[in-house]
Ligand binder design. Structure first.
Ligand SMILES: N=c1c2ncn([C@@H]3O[C@H](COP(=O)(O)OP(=O)(O)OP(=O)(O)O)[C@@H](O)[C@H]3O)c2ncn1[C@@H]1O[C@H](COP(=O)(O)O)[C@@H](O)[C@H]1O
Length: 108
């Protein structure tokens, strides 16, 4: 199992749900209907849960929280119109650049 195709499949489904006129039984559509702030809030909650799992829980729990985190990040990026291809391009641009050099380039 590789992450790339899985993320692209998820992104396709998420974009489809975001475009749906009727939220119906879709979690993605119902979350998006509450607004970008709510999606961002959920992402933040999942990030905290991931950190807690990393520090206090087993590998299975951490893996589950990581999946929740990436799912909600996919929803937020898609709602902003940003695809995983753009994130992949940014990571590829950084590849071979040391983290310190990258930080200096961003001047932070
Ligand atoms: N990967 C996921 C996924 N991961 C987590 N979740 C949902 O994310 C929600 C938030 O998790 P929480 O632990 O915070 O649970 P909660 O207390 O019910 O959430 P809130 O009431 O606080 O919003 C849960 O309802 C999970 O079911 C997901 N819902 C959907 N997907 C994918 O998105 C696709 C589209 O889903 P629908 O929009 O439901 O058709 C699906 O086919 C899946 O591939």
């Amino acid at each position: 199992m590789t992450i790339g195709p899985t993320l692209m499949q998820l992104e396709t489904v998420v974009k489809d749900r975001l475009a749906a006129a009727d939220a119906g039984a879709s979690y993605v559509a119902s979350l998006a209907a509450k607004g970008r702030g709510k999606i961002a809030q959920k992402l933040g909650e999942e990030a905290v849960e991931t950190v807690i799992a990393a520090l206090t829980e087993d590998d299975a729990a951490l893996t589950g929280e990581a999946a929740d985190l990436i799912f909600h990040l996919t929803v937020l990026l898609s709602e902003r119109g940003i695809g995983w291809d753009a994130v992949a391009a940014e990571l590829a641009r950084r590849h071979g650049t040391s983290g310190h050099a990258e930080k200096a380039a961003r001047n932070d």
